[in-house]
Design a protein around this ligand. Structure first.
Ligand code: ADP
Ligand code: MG
Length: 947
């Protein structure tokens, strides 16, 4: 007979009535490096925090973007953590909860090779969480286990209680099946699990309800590619047509709990047996993986430990045949697939799809956690997509508040896993923020006095002892059968007993009320405590919210600043580049400048060299041309003189012809030979220069810049002295007595009549514009021409009277002749030697020059000239006129005249001429016996030219 009971595992309300929540407990386990020389990227900095730092290569690749990150967990287990330590912290509380009718979910998460399986299953001698959990369960419930098949799964996630007969029958059936191994009698017989847990490491949970009977069921499933496979399913082996494993589906039971429909649940009675079952599943898994070419790291394995407990009946021998009294709690141990991205596994084709699904299930897990977190933090009510994958769908009740959830994040500190580990850490961080409702404590269903007595009764207060005493004081009722009508004893005894009982009952009620009141007040107190605590929590929450907001603001600010700093960095970069370009430009420009300067320098020096060369050339050319000009002037002078003499000769001839006409036979003709000789002589030496003047020649050179006077042959080489002597040569013909004339001119003049002679003189004067013969200066009144007052005065000479400024040059060597006739030049600047300053102020120049005449008398000449400015900025003097003043001794003059009269010429004309001259001379008062010696020196006037 089977008593089907309703499980109390799931009270109907989806949301538990208690609002206490616990965050998902996330632990981190860091495995040791595979090889010691491997690069490490994780550092455990405290027992709750680890720090990730990017490996060197990655840092370089990311261009310094990386920063070291820290992650905190409920607890961090370093590489030296033993399996036992880990179990004690992580799984032991869950096993205790399981025994106390609470559900638990524990999963390992991490990339492949990070130690998930090692953590969950372990290795020989290093049993993981799973064997240790099993061991602890059996250690705890060992003596209180129900007989096999007393509890029987109902295939709807419920648990039934069989009566003893059915259970016995099932046991017998099982024993008869050889294929099913018997419960091992000795521990740790399977070599595969040998020494997983050493006996001294055994754990035991306290608080096992001894009034209950327990039974453990295990299931082992694998979720691969979003399909659920039962690893404990007994499939009859068909060698002809091996059946592929059939996937299972998820169902929801009447309490809305998810379960794998048709999943094998094996009842186990010891750790070893449970191990064996697990191992069977492992084997099957391995075989399936090999057969189907699957990778175990891509499947999630779920080992479910169900603990059924039900109160014993009043005898304490059998389990209460009431399904409603059966409590089933379960602990799921999940070894998740590797969390790495698809690219990490060398997947292709269908395997890539599988990998995608595996990842998809983990992605869904992440999404669910995210949504849960969001709902909890923001108060939203978003739908959590549990159904998107089998794993999340299977465990959705846990997240909805059906039990404790714990996660062990496994990490391999090697640098190669850095990026994957980073993602794992982020997920873990997020998961920690999800809160799961705390499972309510379920009441212990069994209530049996003898067990209570065994345990020493309830612990709180003295009331139970009072009640016990009261109960003990209940005496059995006396026999109430009345023997007869006269039986007066029975009834009063009964009444007395009943009254006693009534009294006791009243006392019990009182006691009960007292206890109830006490409990009430305690509860009220607790309530108010709770309320104040809740208020406090609320307050703290508010503060937390504020802090959260502040943190958010600061995060935003940090983000903004980071962006800004990036922007600025970018700007700086650009500016740096611009600066570089400008600097480059500057350098090139400086280069160019330097080269140009060098070129300029070169050109300057070239120019200077050219200048000096040109100056040399110019000087050379100038000298050459000066010489050339001198030569040409000389030649011209000669030519002119020759012409002059030719004319002279012609005149002479003319004169001879004229004279011949008058005194044909009186005047003997000059022998032609002599004339020729003279002519020849003239041509050779055109200007016989007086000895006294010959020294002037180099001094009285005219400047080349002197304006050529058409009336006065004055080439550059013509000296003043020569001019003077030339002029003087002309003078005797018109102004002097024949004695002073050169013999030829005297001879020429001898044959001419007065008038003609005068004309001839004029003609001479016209030809030579400097006409000293006609100097009379009548206007001035100081000078009287020797040719008499009839001589026509030159208009030009009136200038000597005034109106123009004169430089009056009187050499210091001049002798004071004490003459009456003295030149009077008003406004003149008197100088002993000509100077540029004086010349620059004047426009006329006069030199008073003394010399001996041919007759031995001193003759004073006023050589006049015009001052003009040269192009070179200097002054030059152009001689234009000579006035002569001669002193004569009358005695010597008569003597002379006489001698001239008695000269070979003896011409009356000559005499006439002398008369005129004499007449003129008479007017001139002279001092006889001048003491002037023949050494009289004349100071010439040098050609003025600026250097
Ligand atoms: P996963 O299941 O995450 O793919 P495993 O659990 O299979 O990784 O671990 C890979 C290897 O690393 C195994 O050989 C295991 O023995 C070793 N290992 C993992 N974690 C530890 C640890 N904490 N201490 C020693 N060895 C470990
Ligand atoms: Mg593994």
């Amino acid at each position: 007979m089977k008593a089907v009971g309703k499980t109390t595992r799931r009270p109907p309300p989806k949301k538990p009535s208690n609002n206490q929540k616990d965050p998902v407990g996330v632990y981190c386990r860091v495995r040791p490096l595979g090889a010691e020389d491997e690069e490490c990227c994780i550092e455990v900095i405290s027992n709750t925090t680890i720090q990730l730092h990017a490996p060197d290569g990655l840092k370089a690749n990311r261009n310094g973007e990386f920063k070291e990150t820290q992650y905190s967990f409920k607890k961090v287990f370093g590489i030296k953590t033993t399996q036992r330590e880990l179990f004690a912290d992580v799984a032991k509380p869950l096993v205790e909860d399981l025994i106390h009718c609470k559900n638990g979910l524990l999963f390992t998460y991490g990339v492949t090779g990070s130690g998930k399986t090692y953590t969950m299953t372990g290795s020989p001698g290093q049993g993981g969480l799973l064997p240790r959990s099993l061991d602890m369960i059996f250690n705890s419930i060992g003596p209180y286990q129900a007989k096999r098949y007393v509890f029987k799964p109902d295939d709807k996630n419920g648990m039934e209680v069989q009566n003893q007969v059915d259970a016995l029958l099932d046991r017998q059936k099982r024993d008869s099946q050889t294929s099913v191994p018997k419960t091992p009698t000795t521990r740790r017989t399977d070599p595969e699990f040998a020494d997983m847990i050493s006996p001294e490491e055994a754990c035991k949970a306290g608080g096992v309800d001894e009034d209950s009977s327990y039974s453990v069921f295990v299931s082992y499933i694998e979720i691969y590619n979003n399909y659920i496979y039962d690893l404990l399913e007994e499939t009859p082996f068909d060698p002809i047509k091996p059946k592929p494993p059939q996937s299972k589906i998820l169902r929801e039971d009447q309490n809305h709990n998810m379960y794998v429909a048709g999943c094998t649940e094996v009842e186990v009675k010891s750790t070893e047996e449970a191990f064996e079952v697990f191992w069977r599943g492992q084997k099957k898994r391995r075989i399936a993986n090999t057969q189907l070419n699957r990778e175990s790291s891509r499947s999630h394995s779920v080992f479910i430990i169900k603990l059924a407990q039900a109160p014993l009946d009043a005898d304490g021998d059998t389990v209460l045949q009431d399904k409603s009294q059966v409590n089933v709690s379960q602990l799921c141990l999940v070894d998740l697939a590797g969390s790495e991205r698809t690219s990490r596994t060398r997947a292709e084709g269908s395997r890539l799809r599988e990998a995608g699904n595996i990842n998809q299930s983990l992605m869904t897990l992440r999404t669910c956690i995210e949504v849960l977190r969001e709902n909890q933090m923001c108060g939203t009510n978003k739908m959590v997509p549990y159904r998107d994958s089998k794993v999340t769908h299977l465990f959705k009740n846990y997240f909805d508040g059906e039990g404790k959830v714990r996660m062990v994040v496994c990490v391999n500190p090697k640098a190669d896993d850095y990026e994957e580990t980073l993602l794992v850490m982020r997920f873990a961080e997020m998961t920690q923020e999800v809160e799961v409702a705390r499972p309510v404590d379920r009441p212990i269903c069994g209530f049996l006095t003898h067990r209570l007595e065994e345990r020493g009764g309830p612990v709180d207060g003295e009331s139970p002892t009072v009640l016990n005493q009261l109960l003990q004081s209940f005496h059995p009722l006396p026999p109430c059968e009345i023997s007869g009508p006269n039986d007066d004893v029975t009834l009063p005894r009964l009444i007395e007993a009943l009254e006693k009982r009534h009294k006791i009952r009243q006392m019990m009620v009182e006691e009960y009320n007292k206890t109830a009141n006490m409990l009430k007040s305690v509860l009220q107190e607790q309530d108010s405590n709770l309320l104040s605590k809740e208020n406090f929590i609320q307050e703290q929450r508010g503060r937390l919210g504020e802090k959260d907001k502040m943190i958010q603001n600061q995060k935003n600010e940090i983000d903004r600043l980071e962006k800004k700093s990036k922007m600025l960095e970018y700007k700086i970069d650009i500016l740096q580049k611009t600066t570089n370009i400008y600097e480059e430009d500057k350098r090139s420009l400086q280069h160019e400048l330097e080269s140009r300067e060098q070129r300029l320098q070169r050109e300057m020096s070239e120019k200077r060299r050219m200048e000096t060369r040109m100056q040399g050339i110019v000087t050379d050319a100038k000298l050459k041309w000066e010489k050339e000009c001198e030569r040409r002037v000389n030649a011209k002078q000669l030519e002119m003189q020759n012409k002059l003499w030719v004319k002279d000769e012609k005149l002479k001839q003319l004169k001879a012809i004229v004279t011949e006409g008058k005194t044909e036979n009186r005047q003997p003709q000059r022998p032609s030979r002599e004339k020729d000789k003279v002519a020849a002589k003239r041509s050779v030496s055109p200007s016989p220069v007086p000895s006294s003047l010959s020294s002037l020649e180099p001094i009285y050179k005219f400047s080349q810049t002197v304006r050529p006077d058409p009336h006065f042959p004055r080439p550059g080489s013509v000296s003043v002295a020569s001019c003077i002597s030339e002029w003087e040569q002309g003078v005797p013909h018109c102004c002097r007595q024949g004695s002073q004339s050169p013999p030829d001119s005297r001879k020429r003049a001898q044959g001419l009549p007065d008038s003609l002679r005068r004309r001839r003189g004029r003609c001479w004067a016209r030809e030579v514009p400097v006409q000293p013969a006609e100097v009379d200066l009548e206007e001035t009144g100081h000078w009287v021409s020797r040719t008499g007052p009839l001589v026509r005065p030159l208009h030009r000479r009136s200038h000597s009277a005034g109106g123009e400024r004169w430089v009056d040059h009187k050499p210091t060597t001049n002798v004071d002749l004490d003459t009456v006739l003295q030149p009077n030049i008003p406004n003149a600047i008197k100088v002993n030697a000509p100077n540029e300053k004086a010349l620059s102020k004047c426009d006329k120049y006069v030199l008073t020059h003394q010399e001996f005449a041919s007759d031995g008398e001193i003759q004073t000449k006023l050589i006049k000239g015009e001052v003009f400015k040269t192009r070179g900025g200097g002054q030059a003097v152009q001689f234009t006129d000579i006035e002569t003043l001669k002193q004569e001794n009358p005695l010597a003059a008569s003597r002379k005249r006489r001698s001239s009269e008695t000269g070979p010429d003896g011409e009356p004309m000559e005499r006439n001429w002398t008369d005129v001259e004499t007449r003129c001379s008479v007017a001139v008062e002279m001092r006889a016996g001048s003491s002037l010696g023949p050494g009289y020196q004349h100071h010439g006037y040098p050609k003025r030219r600026k250097p």
